[in-house]
Design a protein around this ligand. Structure first.
Ligand code: 5GP
Length: 191
């Protein structure tokens, strides 16, 4: 088991409906030493890539993206969730269905912050069905920039997102891939 898998086993809580609660270290209270290990590991796995920007989505991707950015020395842009659709054309937009809240958000990124020469590393905390990633990929493509890598902390491998994104040809690195988890026993099986 790697450092993140160990942390998930110790402090993660398996909830019903395929939700893993990690709010004691990842997306409410944040364990910054762990985030540093995550950033370092992404840097190691993508050591052959030259990124110009990290893109993530609010809110829970932001912390990991910021610490990871220290290792790549690039700026972080986060897609904002917005109720209204901007009509004056200065934003890239995508629709993203929230896995945890079962609602649809418009996410927006100002055209000022991604340009066609950007080589983007997309970072997020979880990968489930892949909606968040597909929204972010759409935004990068609309900007004419390229997605050079995708870094995920926890992929739930029993849900379809990882397969969809890999089949599209993207370089996806997930630090912990869960193949099975059981809310009655609390058991977690990693790939
Ligand atoms: P997807 O769009 O891939 O279906 O879901 C990814 C997003 O949903 C992530 O940004 C994350 O915030 C949230 N998410 C998905 N699964 C889980 C989970 O099991 N636990 C938590 N805490 N968040 C999740």
């Amino acid at each position: 088991m790697n450092f993140l898998e160990e942390k998930i086993v110790t402090d993660g809580i398996v909830k019903e409906e395929n939700v893993l609660k990690v709010d004691s270290f990842l997306n409410h209270q944040m364990d910054i030493k762990l985030f540093e290990q995550i950033g370092e590991e992404f840097k190691r796995r993508f050591s052959d890539e030259k990124f110009t920007k990290i893109l993530t989505i609010e809110a829970s991707g932001i912390g990991i993206a910021c610490i990871t950015a220290r290792y790549f020395e690039v700026p972080v842009v986060f897609a904002k969730k917005s109720k209204s659709i901007n009509l004056d054309g200065d934003m890239y937009t995508a629709e993203v269905e929230s896995f945890t809240h079962k609602t649809t958000n418009h996410v927006i990124v100002s055209k000022k912050f991604i340009s066609e020469d950007d080589k983007v590393l997309i970072i997020d905390d979880f990968l489930a069905n892949g909606c968040a990633l597909q929204g972010l990929i759409k935004i990068v493509n609309e900007a004419g920039a390229s997605v050079k890598g995708i870094g995920i902390a926890i992929e739930k491998g029993f849900q379809p997102g990882g397969k969809i994104i890999r089949n599209l040809g993207y370089r996806l690195e997930s630090l912990a891939i869960i193949d099975n988890m059981d809310s009655t026993t609390g058991e977690i099986l990693f790939r």
